[in-house]
Every structure is written in structure tokens, then in C-alpha cells.
Design a protein around this ligand. Sequence first.
Ligand SMILES: Nc1nc2c(c(=O)[nH]1)N[C@H]1C(S)=C(S)[C@@H](COP(=O)(O)OP(=O)(O)OC[C@H]3O[C@@H](n4cnc5c(=O)[nH]c(N)nc54)[C@H](O)[C@@H]3O)O[C@H]1N2
Ligand SMILES: Nc1nc2c(c(=O)[nH]1)N[C@H]1C(S)=C(S)[C@@H](COP(=O)(O)OP(=O)(O)OC[C@H]3O[C@@H](n4cnc5c(=O)[nH]c(N)nc54)[C@H](O)[C@@H]3O)O[C@H]1N2
Ligand code: SF4
Ligand SMILES: [Mo]
Length: 816
Amino acid sequence: MTARESALSRRTFVKGSLAGLALAGASGSALYGCAPQSQKDSANGAADAPADQIAWSQCNVNCGGNCVFQWHSRDGKIVYMESDNTGDDALQARACLRGRSMRRWINHPDRLTKPMKRVGKRGEGKFEEISWDEAIDTIASELKRVIDTYGNEAIYVNYATGMYSCTGKQPGLRLLGMLGGYVNQAYDYSTNMLSAAMPFMYGNDKEKGSVFGPYDALNASSFSEAERASDLVVMFGNSPAETRMGGANAVWDFARVREAVTKRGGRIVNIDYRLNESSSGHPDEWLPIRPGTDAALASAIAHEWVVNDQIDLEFLHTYCVGYDEETMPESAKGQNKSYRAYLMGEGYDMVEKTPEWAAPITQIPADTIRALADEIAAAEAPFIAQGWGPQRHTNGEDTCRAICMLPILIGKIGLPGTNTGQREACPSVSLVGGLPFENPVKTAIPVYQWVNAVDHGHEMTATNAGISGADKLSSDIKLIWNYAGNCLTNQHGDINYTHDVLTDENKCEFILVWDTVMTDSAKYADILLPDAMRSEQLNMQTQGYTEYYTAVVVGGPAQEPPGECRSSYDVCADIADKFGMKDAFTEGKTQEQWIQELYEAGAEADGDMPSWDEIREQGVYKRTLDPVIGLEAFRTDPAKNPLGTPSGKIEIYSEQLADIAATWELEDDEVINPIPVFTPGFQGYGSVTDEYPLYCAGFHHKSRTHSSFGFIEELEQVARQQLWMNPLDAEPRGIADGDTVAVKSPAGEIRIEAKVTPRIVPGTIGIPQGAWHNADMDGDRVDTGACVNTLTTYKPTPLAKGNGPAHSIIAQVTKA
Ligand SMILES: Nc1nc2c(c(=O)[nH]1)N[C@H]1C(S)=C(S)[C@@H](COP(=O)(O)OP(=O)(O)OC[C@H]3O[C@@H](n4cnc5c(=O)[nH]c(N)nc54)[C@H](O)[C@@H]3O)O[C@H]1N2
Ligand SMILES: Nc1nc2c(c(=O)[nH]1)N[C@H]1C(S)=C(S)[C@@H](COP(=O)(O)OP(=O)(O)OC[C@H]3O[C@@H](n4cnc5c(=O)[nH]c(N)nc54)[C@H](O)[C@@H]3O)O[C@H]1N2
Ligand code: SF4
Ligand SMILES: [Mo]
């Protein structure tokens, strides 16, 4: 496909614009397949129905799709939505059912429409409407008080992903930066353990041109490359059909991968604790595995390859450090610390990692492990990819590296059709930037540590809590700025514990929440602001992080924001005014002017994007990217293109990790390993008890994006919040499909409907993450909303200090 894939869309486009939306002509609307009856009548001249106003927008939730919305409005009110119908239909970013329900969200009677202040206890959810003046005064004076009393490191901008656009969250960051800054966050909730651990293996060094990113196209190959040249796809906990659902999203790429690979006589193997929707209904092989044990499976496959002489020694000796004694760094030579010594039971735990060893851990029979080892070794171009489920465990830091050992050991890296073991690549191109901001504060906390930083930040250091940019925190967190996120409670770990920390007003003194509906996190606000949604203002966003195409969407507004909702840009400008900084904040520009300027800067840098006037007309600009092969340059010439590791090679053994393990303050059950070994982790393999005899893991659910859309009843009807449970576990408990059950973990208790199904490995239950927490927090705290974070325990992982407990839980289930 050519770069200017948008040519067709320009010809067929139905005109829409900012103020005074142009009316679509009857012939224009007839170009779209699914115009409603009144429109079709109008096109035929049968009735005199009013023509729609058209405005473009995008789905801004954090699923990475950034699917295209084409809003149809009448009398200034959205009436229905079409999705992307521009250009080549193989490249249409068509919205999934969630995106297509956005109108129900935007026009929901529960929309927040006025600023409010808390009148009850924190978390109780009692608020009183106030004026914007009062809200802005309070926010400005609290910011001033906290900065004057505790310094800027007492301000924390909570992790929040509900609004992807070039504005939205950015105005707040720009404002806070101008006020002296805020404590930064390292990593994210998506790839927390992987982002912390993988750079030790594949490197991260800007000067060497090897920068690590969990979403990048440097360390991973694209699905389009698998489609082009792979003959076997092995996926560990990766479900594009659920987590990248929209039109031009990876689910579509994956469908094409399946077609191409099977045509070549190859297969797709999906390793997951449940039969996920990416493989159900297809002839792929599902290998049910106990969650959190992928490193044991990888070790056993590796062991097979060693004993059958299927290892690529030449590759390991040329490109890697630490496979065997020959390539161990000086500091670790002669101590049986190589990866091979681990596999053969000559070092570390002194246990040989045979398939028979792995079988009871993983629940995968030894013969099946052997067959898989043979199949991968025999493939010409195995494409091995892991989703982010396996790393979102308490042993995730080792698991993600252990999976990457598979392509490394057989030298299937940097070659056509292969992948590095990471998730398939996402485009590294952003066509447009966001509102600029700069944070003078350089100190960062690992993202999952914020509750600890509220509770006892002053005790947190580089070696006991993973603080970076400084040796320690200078203050506890005293002010939380929470824009478009539900991570105060719902999406963070251990809601019951977090509630106790947040309700102590001596700890965090001020909480600002900015949302569109009354979420569980919003209940903890001291000031709660209503936001105008993207489709209610001029908006722009570049492509998401999941498709191998690049795009930019510019459009809106499709209707006026309800009540007193305003854009965050305008509100932040008013707060800046209280500090005498309005002009510096706005630079004399409106949000619309910023967006145009950002677009034009992107277009100029790209050289191929349409003009501002053109994009305002066509709404969408997109083009495909060429397939990429992860680490191809390194494979071709490792001397010229070294990795960003200290040795410039793939570090199977990391001296840096060995150093961290020796110098950090760790608890007895916290282990950091220089090589990727199998460790059970906290509430991992072997930790079940009589009281909590089941393993419990989570997964991302198709009826929501996290908690977003969680209140749209129609979506809940499509894919209900249910507990997955194998009949082998349900029957002895007298539980039948559809029963309401109680799930109890060491952290809390929920009520949920049981889905009794052989689609989950026995001994483990599965709960979709993101359901809306609903409990009497002054009473029994039993969560009838069935939010999985009522069950997770707040214990950050050893290296990343991350949200591994998200998928590592032990539990008991009883009939409620
Ligand atoms: N146990 C467990 N916990 C998890 C995970 C897990 O797998 N298991 N996954 C984790 C991951 S990967 C992530 S990314 C996080 C995500 O956690 P969050 O970033 O909190 O994501 P959402 O739950 O989607 O919350 C987004 C919020 O933004 C709001 N919003 C939407 N549009 C607008 C807008 O226009 N303006 C404003 N102001 N607000 C808006 C929504 O109403 C919603 O409250 O959750 C993490 N939590
Ligand atoms: N529909 C929908 N799409 C989304 C989101 C959403 O909430 N809903 N969230 C978006 C965001 S922000 C993110 S970060 C991504 C998340 O993307 P991922 O992190 O990849 O999603 P998960 O569902 O947590 O995990 C992927 C798969 O891993 C499996 N799994 C869990 N633990 C293990 C394990 O130990 N071993 C193995 N082999 N498999 C395991 C799960 O059953 C699941 O099928 O998705 C994005 N897309
Ligand atoms: S796939 Fe994701 S971005 Fe696309 S419409 Fe669905 S929720 Fe929105
Ligand atoms: Mo995420």
C-alpha cells in the first residue's frame, strides 16, 4: 500500500467542521453503508429528513486501538456513530462494540456535570455542587499550601489512562511543571515487571541507539513479519482477540498471521491458563498452564534442547553473555552461575529442569513439553511472543526473560519471520506530539509504590523501594492529582488496604479527581471535577500502540459538553491565573490553536501528511508501515550495532542484576536473579493453603477497557462479569454454572456469578479485571461488584516494585 492511503477518503468524505458543522449533502450520506432509514429515505428523495452533521473523533480509552469514530449529530446532539469507512478496508480502524457504545457513555444520565466538593468522609461518595470559581480557588490554594509546606515532591500525578489525546492529561502536567513539578513515576501498570527486567537482557542505552520500550519496534518483530515469513507462532498469555479488538487493531493482523502461517503448514500454539478468545474456535493448539509457571515450562524446553543438542552454540557464544561458562563475565566465572548450570542442576537450586520436573509445576505433561520443544526447534522461523499477562505476576521479572530465552537458545532472533520473545511490535512513530510540559523534579517512584509513598514515603530509598533520580524521597505524598484514571482504588492493588490509607486525612491531605462519571476512585476526591469528553471538543490523537499502521485523527466537537463541563486546558489555564502564570501557560493560545500548531509541526516533520485544512476535512490520515524484525541490525552486525547492555550483547546473565541483588534491601521471600530462573513468587506456585486452596489470576475483559465502560449495562449483558472455574473445582464445592459464589483471598472478599467451564486449567480460577468495586466500606466490605482488586494483596515485586500481585492471588470459592 502506498503512503497516501487516505486519497480515497478525501474524495468520499462527508464534510464536518468545528463550529457550525457543515451539513452533509444527501449524496454524501448515501456513500455510507449503514445510514439509518430516515437518511436513506432522504437520499432517495422520499422524505425531507434533516441531514446529519458529521464530526470525526477517536476512541480515547487505553486499549491502544484508537479506533475512528464518525459522529452523526442532529440539532447539535449526537444520534449515532459510524466508524472508519475511509480508504482501503484492510486498514480501517473500525470500532469494537465498546467504542460503538461510546454514545451511551457521552449521553449517560450519570455524567458528572458540575464541580463538587466532598461533604462526607473520604471514600463515602457524598458531595455538594460548587461553582468553578470555588473549585479553582480551592485547588490553587491547596497546591500552594502543599508546595510551600512539603515541597514539590509531595505532589503525585496518579497513573491514569482513561484519556489518550494530545490534550486531556497534558494541561495538568504542564501546569504542575510550571509550579515546580511533581514526583515522577517509573514504569506503568501494563508492562511493569517486563519494563524493569527486560532492559537487563536486551539493553537500554540511548547513546548506543538501543533504547528499550515495551511497545517498540526495535526489540520485537511485527505481526506483519510473522504473516510474511513465519512457520510457527507460539504465544504465551497473548490474546489479541480480547486485548486488541478493533478494526485495524492487532486482532486483524493476527487473523492474517494465522491464515499465512497455516498456509505454510505451520501452527499457532497458545499457552494460557484459560482458552482465550484468540484461539477458541480455531484449530490452534491451546496448552493450559498453571498461571505464573511459564518460566518452568521455558526451562524444561531449554533443557530438552540442551540434551538433544538443539542449542545454537555459535549464536550464544557470539551474541550472548552467560549461557555457559565460556561466556560468563569475570565476576561470575567458575561458580556454576551460568544458565546452562541452572538447567542441568549444577548451580543455583541444583535441580535438573527436566520436563518431568516441570510437569507438576506447570500442569503440562512431560511428553507435551517434549513435543513442543521439538516443534519449536524444527521450525524454520518460529515467532515466539508473550502478552503482558505472564509478566503481571509476582515472579514476572523472571518469567518475561525466561520466555525470551527460547528464541535466544536456538538463535532464532533477528531473522525473517522470527521474534525476540517479546510481544509483537507496535509502531514507534507518533505523527503528532502533545501539549508540551516539563517536570523540573527528577525523582521517580516505581508506579505501584504510590500507596507506600502516601503511607511512609519519607522512609523510601533507592535500595529499599526502587526510588530513582534521588537516593530517597524528600516527602510523603500529600497531594494527589488524578485525571482520567480509576487507579486510586479500582485498578490498583488491594482496595481494602488502599481505602484505609486514603481515608486517613493526616496522610494524603488533598485529592483532586477529574472524571466523567462517579467511579470508585472519584469517591475519594476532595474536589471532583467534571470533564468535557473528547468528542465534545476539538480533539487530535495519533495512533494507538497496537496496530502496524500509523494514523492521526482530528475532529470534533460532535456536540456541546453537558452542564458545566469544561476542557481541562481551560480549567488549568484558570488555575495558572491564580499563580499569575496564565500567559506563560497558554502562550496566548487557545486549545484549538495548540492542536493546529501541534498538527502542523507533525505534518512538517513527516513531510507526507495532509495540510491542516485537509485533515479538518478528511478527519483521518493513515498509512501502513513495513514489517519489522526485532534486533535485526544487531543480528546482522553486532559489533556495529551493539545492544544497550554493558557488554553490548544479550545478557542472559546480568552482572547489573547480580549487583542489585547484592545491594538492595530485600525481604526473605524477595529474590532478584541474575539469570531468568523459575521462582514461584508471592502467592504463586506452592503457596496455596487449606484456607486458600485455589490459584486465581485475572485477565483483561472484552466488555470493558479496565473499568472504562464498566457502567454500560448493554455491554455487561454481552460479556458478563463471571468467575471462570473448571468443573473439577466446581463440582466438589456444589457449584453450578450461573450460581452466585463468594471468592475470598487473604485481602478481601467478592460476590460473583460462576461460569463453570473446561476452558480453564483445573486448580485455578480466573476473574476479568476492571469490574466496578461496590462494597460497604464501613460494613462488611464484601464487594458485590466483583472487582479483582478487592482480592489482590499489596506487595510490590522485588525488582520492579510492581503490580505483580494483579494476576498472582490465592483464594477459596464457596457457594454464596
Ligand atoms: N488486578 C488488576 N489490576 C489492574 C490490571 C490487571 O490486569 N489486573 N491492569 C492494569 C493496567 S494494565 C492498567 S493500564 C490500569 C488501567 O487503569 P486506569 O488507567 O484507571 O483505567 P480505567 O479503569 O479505564 O480508568 C480510566 C478512567 O478515565 C475516565 N475517563 C474516560 N474518559 C475521560 C475523559 O474524557 N476525561 C476524564 N477526566 N476522564 C475520563 C473513565 O471514566 C475512568 O474512570 O489498570 C491496572 N489494574
Ligand atoms: N478488551 C480489553 N482490551 C484491552 C484492555 C482491557 O481492559 N480490555 N486493556 C488494555 C491494556 S491497558 C493493556 S496493558 C493490555 C493488556 O494486555 P495483556 O496484559 O496481554 O492482557 P491480560 O489479559 O492481562 O493477559 C493476556 C493473557 O495472558 C493470560 N495469562 C495471565 N497470566 C498468565 C500466565 O501466568 N501465563 C500464561 N501463559 N498466560 C497468562 C490471560 O489469561 C490472558 O489471556 O490490553 C489492552 N487491551
Ligand atoms: S478496540 Fe479499543 S480503541 Fe477500538 S473501539 Fe474498541 S475499545 Fe475503542
Ligand atoms: Mo495497561
